[in-house]
Ligand binder design. Structure first.
Ligand SMILES: Cc1cc2nc3c(=O)[nH]c(=O)nc-3n(C[C@H](O)[C@H](O)[C@H](O)COP(=O)(O)O)c2cc1C
Length: 218
């Protein structure tokens, strides 16, 4: 088994976490996943309520069930054909290549992690307006998700945050018997990456920051 420690210095690690959509089918020891998830649960949450739950999908048939619906969702929302013959002759490049790869190989990733959040009304919603299902506690779940992505990177595992399951979330709840008290916030295929971790493209903080007054650049 690979080491459960990180050899990557923190700043290099945090600045090279990116969507690794191309995942090898090679098995990953479950100890690595426990390390990843236990890093996730160290995230902060309001009142330390820790409103996350994980559904770790390992069975191939279940991953295939998810992958089929995921691909159909990508087709319906982004017009990315499920059938490779309808994708045109040009080889996809860049992000399109990795997005198609993920669609086509989702069931091959050793793990598919669903991060669920307990539903909870935000403080600002008045009691009388609280009708229907509350949204999942996104504010708490996303720090947990980011910890998971950092831990995957630290262990040399590829992971990609996806949210397209929202398109078939009702079906997802019924199929995996996820109670209505939780929402599925993200789905993350995890495994050894096909490509390398490189630098990510981001706008520098100096360009995103105002000092003392909105509009006042540093
Ligand atoms: C809230 C959120 C939703 C996202 N949803 C998806 C998604 O459904 N599918 C996907 O492939 N990537 C998704 N991503 C990943 C982003 O596309 C990715 O982080 C961004 O394009 C930057 O790419 P990079 O991390 O490779 O630099 C999502 C990221 C966030 C934060």
């Amino acid at each position: 088994m690979k080491t459960l420690e990180s050899e990557v210095p923190f700043f290099e690690l945090a600045q090279s976490v990116r969507a690794m959509r191309r995942i090898k089918p090679d098995p990953v020891p479950i100890e690595m996943i426990w390390k990843v998830l236990n890093t996730g649960v160290h995230a902060p949450s309001g009142q330390n309520l820790q409103p996350w739950k994980f559904l770790l999908i390992c069975e191939r048939e279940q991953k295939k069930w998810f992958a089929k619906r995921y691909a159909l969702a990508m087709e319906s929302r982004f017009g990315l054909p499920v059938d490779p013959r309808k994708r045109g002759d040009a080889e996809p490049t860049g992000v399109a290549r990795s997005v198609y790869y993920q669609m086509d190989h989702l069931a091959d990733a050793p793990y598919l992690l669903l991060v669920c959040g307990k539903r909870d009304w935000p403080f600002k919603v008045p009691l009388e307006d609280r009708v229907g299902l509350a949204p999942p506690n996104y504010g708490a779940v996303y720090p947990c998700v980011q910890n998971i992505l950092l831990a995957c990177r630290a262990l040399g595992l590829g992971a990609a945050l996806t949210t397209m399951h929202q398109v078939f979330e009702d079906e997802l709840h019924a199929h995996f018997e996820i109670p209505d008290t939780y929402g599925v916030v993200v789905s993350i295929p995890i495994g050894y990456p096909v490509g390398n971790f490189g630098s990510v493209t981001r706008i520098p903080a100096e360009e995103k920051t105002f000092i003392d007054r909105w509009g006042e650049k540093a």
